[in-house]
Design a protein around this ligand. Structure first.
Ligand SMILES: Nc1nc2c(c(=O)[nH]1)N[C@H]1C(S)=C(S)[C@@H](COP(=O)(O)O)O[C@H]1N2
Ligand SMILES: [Mo]
Length: 200
């Protein structure tokens, strides 16, 4: 299986923490709802549509059959904690993009989650080499609270862009604010540039 090391993991220790962050041991669980419903996996479909030549619709077990990779990446939450070297396994976003073939108009991605959460980012960041649609964390099936069945992991942006419980990816010509972005968070969210809130 392909192994991907996120850029920051390769950095010197002193260059590894984005500005205004501190290290903690394990990611704190953040959810916009108090209680997660049980997902009906017989009905679960992962879909990609919008500015693509071949829209995609897959069952969970079909996702598991796609080319996969193991990723080791640091994780940076906008509330100022960071966690070193989380291990994920799943489908590189580049594999998905090869299947769907974005049109020339595709510039942004809008992500839909099972409990109603959404987030957005430029296609360029979704398509980074270390961006992954993860179904495992530290070698185990994703724990429900960390995103089962599928989690987008985008190590180069703040953690609120790493959407849990993902079912849909829409490729778009224009950007559109997701859940936190509508509430003032940055449309890009690069931790190295401290893009916490829109206007930073
Ligand atoms: N679907 C969904 N994804 C989400 C969130 C959420 O509320 N719903 N919270 C985000 C935020 S703000 C952070 S910091 C991380 C936290 O990841 P964890 O709960 O696995 O530690 O998930 C992100 N992804
Ligand atoms: Mo967060």
């Amino acid at each position: 299986m392909k192994k991907i090391l996120s850029d920051t993991v390769k950095k010197e220790e002193r260059d590894r923490l984005p500005p205004g962050q501190h290290w903690i041991q394990y990611p704190l669980i953040y959810d916009i709802v108090d209680r997660l419903p049980d997902w009906d996996m017989d009905r679960y479909r992962f879909k990609v549509w919008g500015e693509v030549e071949n829209p995609l619709k897959l069952k969970y077990r079909e996702l598991l059959e796609l080319p996969s990779a193991r990723l080791v990446a640091d994780f940076h939450c906008v509330t100022r904690w960071s966690v070193k070297e989380i291990e994920w396994e799943g489908v590189p976003t580049r594999e998905i993009l090869e299947l769907v073939k974005p049109t020339r108009k595709a510039k942004f991605v809008f992500v839909y989650c099972l409990e109603g959460y959404t987030t957005n980012m430029p296609l360029e960041f979704f398509a980074k080499e270390d961006s992954l649609l993860a179904y495992k964390m530290f070698g185990e099936v994703l724990p429900k609270e960390h995103g089962y069945p599928l989690r987008l992991v985008v190590p180069q942006l703040y953690a609120w862009k790493s959407a849990k419980y993902v079912w849909g990816i829409e490729l778009r010509e224009s950007d559109k604010a997701g859940y936190w972005e509508e509430r003032g968070y940055h449309m890009l969210g690069d931790p190295w540039k401290e893009q916490r809130y829109w206007g930073d």
